[in-house]
Design a protein around this ligand. Structure first.
Ligand code: FES
Ligand SMILES: [Fe+2]
Length: 347
């Protein structure tokens, strides 16, 4: 069973999916949660289990601002305190059987849950760069993959598959150029900066960034579950961030929430109109290859991938996730915290 850090915010669903007074179930890292929007617009999240006979409370309903279990009608208030046990006339004098409550907030049109219950989270959810900033626009969508968080994050940040999986759309295999890649890793993230790419050869960039050159692209993995691409060119008015925020659901099932924040030479409404279908097409191409990988990995356990010099990001994603679960990993001279390296590849 894959396990991911619990001291972290994950996206549970979009704001649109959460209607007032209608409980829904979402699972994060094998933990089933019941989530609803209360009468006074608070976001409420509990472990999805009635303490009485373990019925999922997401199959219940809201009545008089209480979450009601559909089996024997126990009622819980917005703090998770059991307020009613129908038929039990001595109940007010007996010990309470309460729910486990998780911190939840609404941000960037999504519902975020902190995966450690009953605490005040020490951090806020990840702040997306330039979101809501004048001149920038954002669009988003979500996508489910039958793959692990680390394989999806690697796929998103790996530049060397783009010539094949996204042939012509992102890069063309016959137009490789030598680039310098500077990789740095700290305690919370790893970043690969690709310097010296004259132009990105695929259709997306020709349409969205015509005439731009001297491209610097940056791929980041930020603990526990964010993969991000950033693009800069010779034109300072052109900026693009694609952030993939991953929610592990169960083994080989991960929900990806993709946020594209941009500013480029086109009016934003037009940029969005053109970019959205192209980006979704690229994501579907990735989804297809990830599903193939995941189903074949079930034929060939355990995982023992070949890691070459140009598989830049994968060892660091694995390292960061492992060390976040175990704060003092065995020291390894190849993979120390604050690690840095520069290599050349043909991109
Ligand atoms: S199982 Fe929920 S009230 Fe009995
Ligand atoms: Fe891809």
């Amino acid at each position: 069973m894959n396990n991911y850090p619990h001291q972290a915010w994950y996206i549970a669903c979009t704001s649109q999916e959460l209607k007032q007074n209608t409980p829904i179930q979402r699972t994060i890292n094998h933990i089933p949660l019941v989530i609803f929007r209360s009468q006074n617009h608070q976001i409420i999240a509990f472990l999805d289990k009635c303490p009485h006979r373990h019925i999922p409370l997401s199959s219940g309903y809201i009545h008089n601002q209480h979450l009601v279990c559909p089996y024997h009608g126990w009622e819980f208030d917005n703090h998770g305190i059991c307020q009613q046990q129908p038929g039990n006339i001595c109940y007010q004098n007996q010990p309470k059987h309460n729910l486990t409550k998780y911190p939840a907030i609404e941000l960037y049109h999504h519902i975020w849950i902190y995966l450690t219950p009953e605490i005040t989270p020490p951090t806020a959810p990840y702040q997306l760069p330039h979101i809501n900033q004048p001149g920038f626009s954002t669009f988003y969508w979500k996508m489910t993959s039958q793959a692990t968080l680390e394989n999806i994050a690697e796929n998103f940040l790996d530049a060397t598959h783009t010539h094949f999986v996204h042939r012509g759309l992102i890069r063309k295999p016959q137009k490789r150029q030598e680039v310098t890649v500077k990789i740095t890793r700290s305690q919370q993230f790893v970043e690969a900066i690709y310097l010296g790419e004259q132009q990105i050869s695929g259709l997306i960039y020709q349409i969205l960034a015509p005439g731009c050159h001297q491209v610097t692209s940056i791929g980041r993995f930020i603990l526990p579950s964010i993969a991000q691409l950033e693009y800069q060119t010779n034109r300072p008015d052109y900026r693009l961030f694609i952030s993939l925020i991953l929610t592990p659901i169960k083994d080989n099932l991960t929900q990806g929430y993709i946020f594209v924040t941009f500013r480029w030479g086109l009016p934003n409404w037009l940029g969005k109109l053109i970019a959205r279908p192209l980006f979704i097409l690229a994501a579907q191409q990735d989804q297809k290859i990830l599903n193939l990988q995941a189903s074949n990995m079930q034929q060939f356990p355990p995982q023992n991938f070949v890691i070459t010099e140009i598989d830049i990001i994968k060892p660091h994603i694995d390292y960061l996730l492992k060390s976040s679960l175990n704060p003092s990993p065995t020291p390894n001279h190849h993979l120390d915290i604050n690690w840095e390296k520069t290599i050349k590849i043909m991109l």
